[in-house]
Design a protein around this ligand. Structure first.
Ligand SMILES: [Zn+2]
Length: 270
């Protein structure tokens, strides 16, 4: 990356996202020490969480004070959006800073949905960020009859397959019920994308930007699913999914067909 220090380049860099979560070790740790990540890492992530949060909120992808975002720091701790905070009006300095044990170190108390996040981080070790929204179309799909809990949305577009693979549907739980974290643990890290019935999606990725984009892709796919409800749409075939898996080196299990050679064409009738 070019290092021209213009304001817009800095802004783009903050938006695009910190090297810290790409797996590249942060060597420019101004203010960093043996105990914690460099300030440049944490400060950049604080800005990025607020920027992405505002973007999601302003586009109506989560309303009121719903939804939450977390990112993992290189010392094993997290930044998390605070409880009762609107994603549209986050303050970088007020984000919840947690240590590697999940204890609050500074900032406001974290989202009550912290257990959702923790369960996904625990079971998917390469997770660097998680986005949870109450996005309308995804919530709507979670309430339809006949949704396959192991594969909640059919492969309608290549980007859905590439960014999310498959989405698991978990049953309804009362907000704050610790059982939802147990249910996520029960998925044993097989899904980066989980839909909570009558509630909303939880999406994990290596970096914040990827988690946000994947959550948006999930919402768009849910929207298509609803638009096409009952219209028996032509979905990607198993051969097309297999081609994506090979070409983009995706999780091989995506290419596995069901024993009954099912071709997803029933989805339009579900
Ligand atoms: Zn929620």
């Amino acid at each position: 990356m070019r290092s021209s220090a213009t304001t817009s380049a800095q802004a783009r860099r903050a938006f695009r996202l910190p090297a810290a979560l790409t797996g590249r070790p942060s060597r420019r740790k101004e203010g960093g020490d043996a105990k914690g990540p460099g300030m440049s890492e944490e400060a950049g992530l604080r800005e990025a969480v607020c920027r992405f949060g505002r973007s999601l909120f302003e586009r109506g992808l989560t309303a009121g004070s719903s939804g939450n975002i977390s990112v993992r720091l290189s010392d094993g701790g997290w930044l998390m959006t605070p409880t009762n905070a609107s994603l549209g009006f986050l303050d970088p300095a007020a984000l919840s800073r947690l240590d590697a044990q999940g204890r609050l170190v500074s900032g406001h108390a974290p989202t009550k949905e912290q257990p959702l996040h923790t369960a996904l981080y625990d079971t998917r070790r390469d997770t660097g960020a998680i986005v949870h929204l109450h996005s309308t179309h995804s919530v709507a799909v979670s309430m339809l009859p006949g949704i396959d809990p192991a594969d909640a949305l059919p492969p309608m577009t290549a980007y859905y397959v590439m960014k999310l693979g498959r989405t698991a549907l978990l049953p309804y739980y009362r907000p704050g019920d610790p059982a939802v974290a147990d249910a996520i643990r029960g998925l044993a890290g097989r899904y980066s994308s989980v839909l909570l019935a009558n509630h909303g999606p939880v999406v994990a990725a290596k970096e914040l930007e990827a988690a946000v984009y994947a959550t948006e892709e999930l919402e768009e796919t849910a929207k298509l699913r609803l638009l096409l409800h009952g219209l028996n749409p032509r979905l990607l075939t198993r051969a097309q999914v297999r081609d994506l898996v090979t070409h983009f080196n995706l999780d091989a299990s995506l290419a596995e067909g069901d024993a009954d050679d099912h071709d997803h064409s029933h989805e339009g009738h579900a």
